[in-house]
Ligand binder design. Structure first.
Ligand code: PLP
Length: 379
C-alpha cells in the first residue's frame, strides 16, 4: 500500500494507465496539425473525431454536439457567457443556485456587472435546490438556468430532470455543470433534459487541461474567442490532440466500467463511514443526505475538531480536504456550507473525503485507523 492514501478524488483523479497509454503515440510520434491536409495531420484530425464520438457516447449525444475546451471552467464560461451574449436581445435574467462552483458563480458575477440580473436560489440543509423555486423564479426575460448536477463539496445531486422539464416547457436554455457527476452517476443529456453540459477531464481519470461542453443542436452560443475556426469556430485554436485523445479514452473506459466503478466508489465510501461510526459514532456528523449523494463523497464533521488541524495532522498518511479555508489564523466557511446554513462549529469541523475507482478495502481500513487515532489525539 502506497502512502499517503489519496481520498480526495473530487479534487482531481490520477490519469488512468489505459488513458496514458492511448496518449503516448500522440506525444512521441503523431505531431501533425489536425488542420493539415497530409496524412500526419489527417490522422490527428481522425483522433480528435474519435475522441468526440467517445465523449458523446458516454453522455448519449451526437458527436457534433461536443466542443473540446481546456477545462470545466472554460466550458462553464462558454456555456453561460456565450449563451448570455447570444441571447441578450431576448432577455437579461439568469437563474442559478447558491451552491455552484466559482467557475459558475464568478461568470454570473461578471455578467451581473455587464447589466444581467442573476437570481441565486437557496438550498435546503443538504444543499438541494427545490424545482418549485426554479419555476417561481422564472420571468419573461429569463434566458438561462444554470444549476450544477452534483456538488463538489457535499456530493448532493440536484433534481436536474425536474428542472430540465420546467426549462423545456418555458423554452429556456438549461445548463448543468456535470464536472463531478460524469463517470460517477448516469449523465444522459436526454434523460436529464439539458441543453448544455460541462465535462471536466481531470475528474474522470483524463489529464488536467482538457474539458468539453455539450451543446444541444440549435442552442445559440456566441464564441468567446475568435480565430481560425477550429471546433466549428466556437472554440478556435489548434486542437490539444494529446489531451483530447486522453479524454476520449477516459470516457470510453468510464462507460465500459461504469457499474463496477460505481459499486467500488460506493462500497469504499460506505465502509469508511461505517468504520468511523462504529468507532467514534458520537463524534460523527454527516452533512450530506446519502440517499441523494454522489456515491464516492462523504462530507462529515467531527465534533470539537478543527478540520484543518485534522487534515494537516494526517497528511503524511491520508489526503482529504476541508470545507473551510484558513488564512492567517482566520477560518472562512465555504459558500456551499454557508448556503446549507451549517453552524460555524460544524462547518469548521467539516472534511470532504472522496473515494476513487481504485480505492481498496486496505486503504479504507488504514484511513479509518489514522483518522480515529488523530481525532483521539486532537480532542
Ligand atoms: N465545476 C465543479 C463542480 C468542480 O468541482 C470544478 C473543480 O473542482 C470545476 C467546475 C472547475 O474545474 P477546472 O478547475 O478543471 O476548470
Amino acid at each position: 500500500m502506497e502512502k499517503p492514501i489519496y481520498l480526495d478524488y473530487n479534487a482531481t483523479t490520477p490519469v488512468d494507465p489505459e488513458v496514458a497509454k492511448e496518449m503516448i503515440p500522440y506525444i512521441e510520434s503523431f505531431y501533425g496539425n489536425p488542420s493539415s491536409s497530409y496524412s500526419l495531420g489527417r490522422s490527428n484530425k481522425e483522433a480528435v473525431e474519435k475522441a468526440r464520438a467517445q465523449v458523446a457516447e458516454l453522455i448519449n449525444c451526437k458527436p457534433e454536439e461536443i466542443i473540446f475546451t481546456s477545462c470545466a471552467t472554460e466550458s462553464n464560461n462558454l456555456a453561460i457567457n456565450g449563451n448570455a451574449m447570444a441571447n441578450s436581445n431576448k432577455g437579461r435574467h439568469i437563474i442559478t443556485s447558491e451552491i455552484e462552483h466559482p467557475a459558475v458563480t464568478e461568470v454570473c458575477k461578471y455578467l451581473s456587472s455587464q447589466g444581467f440580473e442573476i437570481t441565486y436560489l437557496s438550498v435546503d440543509q443538504y444543499g438541494r435546490v427545490d424545482p418549485k423555486d426554479v419555476e417561481n423564479a422564472i420571468r419573461k426575460d429569463t434566458i438561462l438556468i444554470t444549476i450544477m448536477h452534483a456538488n463538489n463539496e457535499v456530493g448532493t445531486i440536484q433534481p436536474i430532470q425536474e428542472i430540465g422539464s420546467i426549462a423545456r416547457k418555458q423554452n429556456i436554455v438549461f445548463h448543468t455543470d456535470a464536472s463531478q457527476s460524469v463517470g460517477k452517476i448516469e449523465t444522459d443529456v436526454n434523460k436529464l433534459g439539458v441543453d448544455l453540459l460541462t465535462i471536466a477531464g481531470h475528474k474522470l481519470y483524463a489529464p488536467k487541461g482538457i474539458g468539453a461542453l455539450y451543446i444541444r443542436k440549435g442552442t445559440q452560443i456566441e464564441n468567446l474567442m475568435h480565430g481560425a475556426g477550429q471546433e466549428k469556430g466556437i472554440r478556435p485554436g489548434t486542437e490539444n490532440v494529446i489531451h483530447t485523445v486522453g479524454l476520449g479514452k477516459a470516457c470510453e473506459v468510464a462507460l465500459r466500467d461504469f457499474k463496477q466503478n460505481q459499486q467500488n466508489i460506493q462500497v469504499s465510501r460506505d465502509r469508511l463511514l461505517n468504520g468511523l461510526v462504529s468507532l467514534i459514532g458520537n463524534q460523527v456528523h454527516v452533512n450530506c443526505n446519502l440517499e441523494n449523494c454522489l456515491p464516492n463523497t462523504l462530507s462529515v464533521a467531527f465534533e470539537n475538531i478543527s478540520a484543518h488541524a485534522l487534515a494537516s495532522f494526517i497528511s503524511n498518511d491520508v489526503l482529504i480536504s476541508t470545507g473551510s479555508a484558513c488564512h492567517s489564523g482566520e477560518t472562512t466557511i465555504s459558500s456551499v456550507l454557508q448556503a446549507m446554513k451549517l453552524d460555524f462549529r460544524t462547518a469548521a469541523a467539516t472534511v470532504r473525503i472522496s473515494t476513487g475507482k481504485h480505492t481498496t478495502k486496505e486503504e479504507i481500513d488504514f484511513a479509518i485507523e489514522v483518522i480515529v487515532n488523530a481525532i483521539k489525539k486532537l480532542t
